[in-house]
Ligand binder design. Sequence first.
Ligand SMILES: Cc1ncc(COP(=O)(O)O)c(C=O)c1O
Length: 442
Amino acid sequence: MAAETQLGANNLEAYFMPFTANRLFKANPRLLASAKGMHYTSTDGRRILDGTAGLWCVNAGHGRRRIVEAIQAQAREMDYAPSFQMSHPLTFELAARLATILPGDLDHVFFTNSGSESVDTALKIALAYHRSQGNPGRIKLIGRERGYHGVGFGGMSVGGIGPNRQQFGNLLGHVDHLPHTHAPDHNAFSRGQPQWGAHLADALEDRVALHGAETIACVIVEPMAGSTGVLVPPVGYLRRLREICDRHGIVLIFDEVITGFGRLGASFACEHFGVQADIITCAKGLTNAAVPMGAVAVRKHIYDSLMDREDSGIELFHGYTYSGHPLACAAALATLEIYREDDLFARAAEIAPDWEQAVHGLRDHPHVIDIRNIGMVAGIELEPRPGQPAARAYDVFLKCYEKGLLTRTTGDVIALSPPLVIERSEIDQLVAIIGESLREVA
Ligand SMILES: Cc1ncc(COP(=O)(O)O)c(C=O)c1O
């Protein structure tokens, strides 16, 4: 029996899908059945080139044997160990391994199960850090317009994507936002980092003047904003944020859920941009997405401050049942081994110029009003159809899928982030399919 005929309308009804137009999807479902290397296979038997590494997460390509075998072996050995007041050796091994690739003295690692949990954990650590320093008045969290930091109440509140907030009424108090850095009038069709806009970081000085530094706990930004449509930081912008945070004792958090593990051609964006964050969040590429896992890395002075107390009690009242789950640790250790053995971050840096050249080749195609890229990421922005925001890009997404390519759209931006193992011929194929699709949509 064909897979589709097993799937009656009733079978699709029960599942309440995340960030999906449920009714539209269920009328015309797109289901994936298997994955290997650069390709998915759909339930109707078609090969689909993965232009998005799943959801920005399968950096080493699909179905890596070493990861599969590590998960299988761990499942046989020990399925689960309690994470509070108990642990198991792989958590310590993984944290120590991560510390070797984390930039600077980001040497202490807290485990979570997702990017959203990593963000809420990071915000809580920033607040707890200031309390441990005798500064309980530092409670304000500063995010940025158009930022995406997952869907927990903390991440949603510091996040700056309208629809992700508007359905839920009032969010956390004591939150403010910096302006976003998207400036098409100055920076359209920039290759890599745009030249204009470092001064946009000075808005943080304005927030300090408004609220008082003594009330501000942290600033959280994505070093390269992915989910809002690929916004690459202007040259000098992140460094300026760092300087202002230093001046005022503000904790700087980089949300590296997308940029971590090679996406920009370096281990983390901190390394790529040469700017040290105080806390970084990650997830996605940590396990090559084979088992859900996230992590928060904190600098030594933050960890030491939390540990420096007279009593021998719990230092941080926070954690998850599945923090450092054995299967996730096994998957992450195997993943880090692949990254090292294949030198995958360096490979991403090496093919990034070809990627840039190829995606900018779409510049003169219909509807294209901007193309942005950095590392192995690109955003192609389309002119919206009058009165129908996001509809044109969604049609391109559907066309590409029909033609055997998985893309992602956010608003009127086609966001691309293939596994870092993509071959040059596959880059050409990906760009050709997008080009055809752009010509075919109204
Ligand atoms: C920068 C950033 N932070 C947080 C998240 C949330 O991660 P998750 O969906 O694993 O909760 C994402 C997801 O795309 C992200 O891009």
